[in-house]
Design a protein around this ligand. Structure first.
Ligand SMILES: [Zn+2]
Length: 339
């Protein structure tokens, strides 16, 4: 297993988000990333610098205007407001009009879906490098048919084709899946983060060549609230190729692992030639952001279950926030999949 990571991914830092009316520092922090890289190195893993595959694999799943916005937003905003002001929009669109504002303030609302995706000076470079890690892992899997891991940070599964959301800017799992499609005709994404992979769902919602499965805490009580319901099954060509398997808010590993087993049955029925595992660890009982009660040992069991897919696999890091065991959770899952 090759692990891809670049220190450029640390350049997205000190981002804020608004929770319960309060501006807080994002838990998707540099410390969180350092925890994972340090643990992996301590446990004998080597981290490889990703090569640069350019914008093409990113533009294969993202809107060009959105990418141009991400590349220039910080410079445009600070030209107007100065660097001490945070990039927070005044309004998010809610009408079914196709009105695209020209103002940076309007565009910030247009291209972000919530208040958890502040753009800082290093956000674009970090998000771009994070996406390159995903592309590298997918390319390596294309080359040797084995399992490889992209330590993507910032994460990606809340990022839509044309909007940032929930600490996510570029949808690394979707990018990896699309790269795999260059060789494999049927690809599946299994997203085990505690939050619904809503961006990934949106990107492939009308397609049958990439099956999207997300297991997560039921959105009636949990972020992202407005998607992730079992009734969302895909549309048109994609009808029947999106599956949401939910468990109750605050549950322990019983329902968590049961949801993954159900999801794996569906994926096996689909018969993918390759899979992307969107690896979120925020269902952990020690996660400061997840509010669920899954014990450390259950993540090893999850890895053993996922290993049974026995097809070329790309693992893409999604959520999971800084706790004493975060690095071990990642390393345990990688060990199980690498056995
Ligand atoms: Zn999450």
């Amino acid at each position: 297993m090759t692990i891809f990571w670049s220190d450029i991914q640390l350049e997205h830092c000190e981002a804020s988000f608004i929770q319960a009316g309060q501006t807080k520092t994002s838990p998707e922090s540099v410390a969180r990333a350092n925890r994972i890289t340090n643990t992996l190195r301590n446990r004998g893993r080597t981290l490889e610098q990703p090569s640069d595959f350019g914008l093409e694999p990113i533009l294969a799943v993202h809107d060009k205007a959105y990418i141009s916005f991400l590349q220039s937003a910080y410079q445009r905003w600070t030209k107007v407001f100065g660097s001490e002001k945070k990039l927070m929009p005044n309004v998010h669109p809610h009408m079914p009009y196709d009105s695209k504002p020209e103002s940076i303030v309007g565009q910030l609302g247009w291209f972000t879906a919530d208040m958890a995706c502040e753009i800082t000076e290093g956000t674009w470079r970090a998000a771009y490098s994070s996406a390159q890690a995903a592309v590298n892992a997918a390319q390596q899997t294309l080359a040797d048919g084995k399992t490889h891991y992209a330590l993507c940070r910032p994460p990606g599964h809340h990022a839509f084709s044309n909007k940032a959301m929930g600490f996510c800017y570029l949808n690394n799992s979707a990018i990896a899946a699309q790269v795999l499609r260059s060789k494999f005709s049927r690809v599946a994404i299994i997203d085990v983060d505690v939050h619904h992979g809503n961006g990934t769902q949106e990107i492939f919602y009308q397609r049958s060549d990439v099956f999207t499965l997300s297991t997560h805490s039921h959105p009636k009580k949990f972020y992202p609230f407005f998607s992730g319901y079992p009734t969302e099954i895909g549309e048109n060509e994609g009808e029947g190729y999106n599956l949401n398997v939910t468990y109750e808010f605050g549950c322990d590993e019983g329902p968590f692992l049961e949801a993954i087993k159900i999801g794996l049955e569906a994926i096996t029925y689909y018969g993918p030639e390759a899979v992307v595992i969107a690896l979120g660890l925020d269902a952990s009982e020690q996660d400061p952001h997840g509010e669920h009660h899954v014990k450390q040992a259950a993540f090893k069991k999850m890895g053993v279950l996922l290993k049974k897919l026995e097809v070329p696999t790309v693992i893409v890091q999604e959520g999971g926030y800084n706790s004493d065991i975060l690095g071990d959770l990642v390393a345990d899952v990688l060990d199980a999949l690498d056995a």
